[in-house]
Design a protein around this ligand. Structure first.
Ligand code: ATP
Length: 235
């Protein structure tokens, strides 16, 4: 696997005149799991979308594997190994599980999971392989969305609230999957409002408030300050 450090420096973002991110610096090392935590409207999704190249009204730099991504399109970023798992999961409703998995291109042969590997790690997707997207539960859709980018060979996963709306037992399973992905050397940057879940999967955390990174914490400090942080974040 090639070097795949993500480095965001001085990133600001706007919607029209409204500035929603200010001078964000962050880093995700290969194989690290890093969360963005903050209350609603803090700018977490905009930050993920800016890294993916989906939000374009930005200033600052995003460097990936040593290359400044500049104005590269989302498609080009995906081809360079950044995998996007949106909050609505982006499953094609009329396609089957297998078709959803096989539709996107393999971007790195060396890193791509084979279909067999995907089915081995996600047995439920194997069971449901001929089901259309519409017939999947929220948890199954989340697993499919994650499996799809792993099959592409993405080496950094951008996950937007993977735990949202899922039953605790499914959230636990998603946590296991994230730890498994990490063990394979893939990095994960995830938006998470569920602080308890975040602390079971992440190495480090960035707290976002009103579009700024207000703290950067390792997981140990994060765990020891959970109550205070929840209060501060108004969560
Ligand atoms: N399409 C848009 N047009 C205008 N303003 C927007 C748009 N999308 C988001 N915003 C504003 O940008 C700010 C950051 O929103 P963003 O969705 O990035 O926050 P978030 O931390 O992800 O919150 P949430 O958890 O609610 O999604 C908010 O003030 C929001 O109202």
């Amino acid at each position: 696997m090639s070097d795949h450090t993500l480095e965001v420096a001085g990133l600001s973002a706007w919607y029209g005149e409204a500035k929603v991110l200010t001078d964000v610096d962050l880093r995700v090392e290969p194989g690290e799991v890093v969360t963005l935590v903050g209350r609603n409207g803090a700018g977490k999704t905009t930050l993920l979308r800016s890294v993916m190249g989906l939000h374009r009204q930005v200033e600052g730099t995003v460097t990936w594997g040593g290359n400044d991504l500049g104005k590269a399109s989302a498609d080009k970023r995906a081809r360079s190994g950044i995998g996007w798992v949106p909050d609505d999961r982006g499953i094609y409703a009329t396609l089957t599980v297998a078709e959803n998995l096989l539709l996107p291109p393999v971007v790195s042969k060396a890193d791509a999971w084979s279909l067999e590997q995907v089915y081995e790690q996600f047995p439920v997707l194997h069971e449901r392989r001929d089901f259309p997207g519409t017939k999947l539960s929220g948890g199954e859709q989340q697993m499919l969305a994650i499996a799809r980018v792993l099959r592409m060979g993405s080496t950094l996963l951008l996950l937007d609230e993977p735990s949202e709306g899922l039953a605790p037992v499914i959230v636990q399973r998603i946590g296991e999957i994230i730890r498994q992905i990490k063990a394979q050397g893939v990095s994960v940057l995830l938006v998470e409002q569920n602080v308890a879940f975040a602390s079971t999967v992440a190495d480090r955390h960035y707290l976002l408030a009103q579009g700024r990174v207000v703290e950067s914490l390792d997981n140990e400090s994060f765990q020891s300050r959970t109550t205070e942080l929840l209060e501060y974040l108004g969560m």
